[in-house]
Design a protein around this ligand. Structure first.
Ligand SMILES: Nc1ncnc2c1ncn2[C@@H]1O[C@H](COP(=O)(O)OP(=O)(O)OP(=O)(O)O)[C@@H](O)[C@H]1O
Ligand SMILES: [Mg+2]
Length: 264
């Protein structure tokens, strides 16, 4: 199963991705967590200790690898390079494993615009496509707000794109843009997760913006989640029983929506 998590900046994509990875793992799935946000911090949301997290070098910063696979130097334009580099071995070779969850940190391409055809971008795009199209595990991709870098074939193979929204017009607007762009790429299955809700009025504010079957869950604003971030602990470990139950409910909705049979 391939799940992408997206939404406006700061809405809780990484927090949700980290928790979902642990819930899938607890339920007996093999999990590959993919950090596809240039500002990578999924490691901390998985509870990976700082020293181990610090040892991760994102794929986009592996100059030698980029050169070896594409035949060209990163950060240079106007070169000839392979547009179909070999990447099938990379998820295993370059991921780290923590508590049974594999994490692959993609890193980001900083300059040149979204569509930049530079070697590192081509490698990252091929790698993401390889992971979504061919890996057998549950894959949870923590993305940035934009989905421009998803190719059509990759987008169409994503089983579910979760969009995290918080109570606020801008976050809803970003969600609309994502859905429009996703639909243009052939993505069919979207699920809304409301997050950081402070009261019922905020819940309703979100609920009335979507058809009810679009909404896969609502997560309250929770001080222990925020605190976990301050203490660099996994949000999963910080969940109080009620909140954990809420998240297990979301997890179950995700399984139902994707037609999977497991369940905690
Ligand atoms: N339900 C919640 N209650 C309280 N705080 C939350 C909740 N969800 C997320 N947060 C906090 O909000 C902040 C942003 O969360 P997170 O990093 O998961 O968002 P993001 O969408 O991945 O952000 P970015 O766009 O920067 O990648 C973090 O400090 C996190 O602990
Ligand atoms: Mg994030």
């Amino acid at each position: 199963m391939k799940i992408a998590v997206t939404g406006k900046g700061g809405t809780g994509k990484t927090t949700l991705s980290g928790i979902l990875c642990h819930l899938f793992k607890e339920d007996g799935y093999q999990v590959l967590a993919v950090d596809a946000d240039p500002d990578a911090n999924l490691a901390s949301a998985l509870g990976i200790p700082l020293e181990l997290a610090a040892s991760i070098r994102p794929i986009s910063e592996q100059r030698q690898l980029i050169q070896e696979r594409t035949g060209a130097e990163p950060n240079q334009f106007g070169q000839l390079f392979k547009i179909n580099p070999t990447v099938a071995d990379l998820p295993d070779a370059y991921s780290i494993e923590f508590q049974g969850i594999k994490l692959l940190v993609m890193g980001g391409v900083k300059k040149g615009g979204e569509g930049c055809a530079c070697p590192e971008n081509v490698l990252l795009k091929s790698l993401l496509s390889e992971i979504i199209l061919r890996r057998d595990e549950v894959v949870v991709v923590d993305m940035e707000a934009g989905i421009e870098h998803l190719g059509r074939a990759t987008a169409q193979t994503i089983d579910l794109m979760l969009i995290v929204v918080e109570p606020g017009a801008r976050s809803v607007q970003t969600a609309e843009t994502i859905m429009r762009m996703g639909a243009e790429l052939g993505l069919k299955n979207f699920g809304i997760i409301g997050n950081k809700l402070q009261n019922d009025a905020q819940k309703e504010w979100i609920a009335k913006r979507y058809q009810s079957d679009m909404i896969l869950g609502m997560i309250p604003f929770d001080a222990t989640i925020q605190e976990a971030d301050l203490l660099q602990k996994a949000p999963m470990e910080a969940l109080q029983p009620d909140l954990k139950q809420n998240l297990v409910g979301i997890y179950t909705n995700i399984l139902e929506r994707t037609g999977d049979e497991h369940g905690i």
